[in-house]
Design a protein around this ligand. Structure first.
Ligand code: NDP
Length: 487
């Protein structure tokens, strides 16, 4: 018999989503002109599950000739089919795709977690619903472009070359494809090397939806494939989401080419907590802000500024909350923090965390048993961080929070804006006038008030400074894909 005084020890029972819902092919070709085709390069590379390091499948590596083939298919489809199709007919395809995403959302969510390492709770409850929502939203615009830009004659730009990262593979695909297609453009899209599978399954779905061949082309490969795509002379518009360093390269590469360009790059968001904030809700907001998707989020609230009067209490509560986070199997529905996306990203996070310790910040990591295989990082806090530390300046893109303090609203603004980035920020206070003042002062494309990481297809998202330019989402998201509207 267990003595009544014994501490209560219990664990959640595993609640694993079955991977059987996904049927993986051993090998995937490139999706060009409505069909999967073997790469002309004859090369393939493996994509692995970062939680187990097991191979999931092989995917084709698109070389220059494959890129050329995909761009030609997109051009032909643009001229012959998509740009001449009435808006209301384009809308029907987008609505159909949105509904098919909903129908297959469980399969796609599992696949996303297997290939990328994110917890199934997030891919199921955040990524997939937002993917469908983006297609529904932009389907609604396809036949209303004249109303969106009254008195103008909006016309599609042509062939869009789109390069996306590994942190939200299917969501980034939706952010890129939906506005481009609604506006009448055709697309060649390159997913990231480590997370190509959901885009390839999406390609199957688009073919099943009866989309004319060539309207969407998905080519897989590494950075060289992305580079060949954005610099292809027959691409009219480039959209890139990824690191600031690659964004700069692309901007240099495209200078003088006349191509349109939008860049959604890195971030180092300030999350500002005033002493009158609802503390427990703010703790949840901070946790969501930095540990959502293992911190692999361009708008992650990675710099926390807490007003000095509540700093110690806040940090204590945060530490306690950190110790309740469950790190492990991404397919387990109880998991809060999944696997780091790749060995390279794990090495980058580790190096930056070591720099934080070397530069004198104080580290806190809760006790945590990590799985034996795969790539993992314990949720981490740093206190005693100064503005000049690398962990306060550089994008870590992992589950690591740098905490600093401030005394006055002016000081909070000055510190929050002390970054080369300007993508997002969060403010917690019960004072409405302070929220508006802060939103006005903070150099960030998005400012969340008393919440964090809220996304809606109707709301524009994008950066200032080294976080890039151009907006995705909302009516603004159509602008880069239209001409004849004064741009
Ligand atoms: P990259 O910027 O290298 O990757 C983003 C996409 O660009 C991928 O599809 C990548 O292909 C492709 N790419 C790489 N080089 C080129 C090129 N020269 N021309 C065209 N496309 C290219 O990000 P990483 O994956 O290397 O991540 C590095 C760091 O970038 C992270 O630690 C993080 O700090 C930041 N990052 C920020 C993101 C954001 O949303 N703000 C997203 C991803 C990363 P491939 O995958 O094959 O390399």
């Amino acid at each position: 018999m267990v003595p009544v005084t014994a501490p209560l020890e219990w664990e959640y029972a595993p609640s694993r989503e079955s991977a059987a819902i996904v049927s993986l092919k051993p090998r995937y070709g490139l999706f060009i002109d409505g069909k999967f085709r073997a790469p002309l390069s004859k090369k393939y590379f493996p994509t692995i599950n970062p939680a187990t390091e097991e191979d999931l499948a092989e995917v084709g590596e698109a070389g220059a000739k494959d890129v050329d083939r995909a761009v030609s298919a997109a051009r032909r489809a643009f001229v012959e089919d998509w740009s001449v199709l009435p808006g209301k007919e384009r809308a029907k395809f987008l609505f159909r795709i949105a509904r098919m995403v909903q129908e297959r959302s469980r399969e796609l969510a599992v696949l996303e977690s297997m290939d990328g390492g994110k917890p199934i709770r997030e891919s199921r409850d955040v990524d997939l619903p937002l993917v469908a929502a983006h297609f529904f939203y932009y389907a609604g615009w396809a036949d209303k472009l004249e109303y969106a830009f009254p008195g103008m004659r909006p016309e599609p730009v042509g062939v869009a070359g789109q390069v996306i990262p590994w942190n939200f593979p299917l969501m980034m695909l939706a952010w890129k494809l939906a506005p481009a297609l609604a506006a009448g453009n055709t697309v060649v899209l390159k997913p990231a090397e480590t997370t190509p599978l959901s885009a390839l399954h999406f390609a199957e779905l688009a073919a099943e939806a009866g989309l004319p061949p060539g309207v969407i082309n998905i080519i897989t490969g590494a950075g060289a494939t992305g580079s060949a795509l954005v610099s292809h002379p027959d691409v009219d518009k480039v959209a890139f989401t990824g690191s600031t360093s690659v964004g700069k390269l692309i901007r240099n590469q495209l200078a003088g080419s006349g191509k349109r360009l939008t860049l959604e790059l890195g971030g180092k968001a300030a999350h500002v907590i005033f002493e009158d904030a609802p503390i427990d809700q703010a703790i949840e907001g901070v946790i969501n802000g930095i540990f959502f998707n293992q911190g692999h989020v361009c708008c992650a609230g990675s710099r926390l500024f807490v007003q000095e009067s509540i700093h110690d209490r806040f940090v204590d509560k945060l530490k306690r909350r950190l110790s309740t986070l469950r790190v492990g199997d991404p397919l387990d529905k109880n998991t809060d923090v999944g696997a780091i996306n790749s060995a390279e990203q794990l090495a980058r996070i580790t190096e930056l965390v070591e720099s934080g310790q070397e530069e004198g910040a104080e580290i806190y990591q809760p006790e945590c048993v990590l799985p034996r295989n795969g790539f993992w990082f314990v949720p981490t806090l740093f206190t005693g961080v100064s503005q000049s530390h690398r962990i306060a300046q550089e994008e870590i893109f992992g589950p690591v929070l740098s905490i600093m303090s401030f005394r006055t609203p002016d000081e909070a603004v000055e510190k929050a804006n002390n970054t080369p980035y300007g993508l997002s920020a969060g403010v917690w206070t019960q004072k409405g006038s302070r929220i508006l003042w802060m939103a006005d002062q903070l150099q960030a494309g998005v400012v969340w008030a008393n919440t964090y990481n809220k996304f809606d297809p109707a709301s524009p998202f994008g950066g200032y400074k080294e976080s890039g330019f151009g907006r995705e989402g909302g009516r603004h998201g159509l602008l880069p894909y239209l001409k004849g509207i004064g741009l």
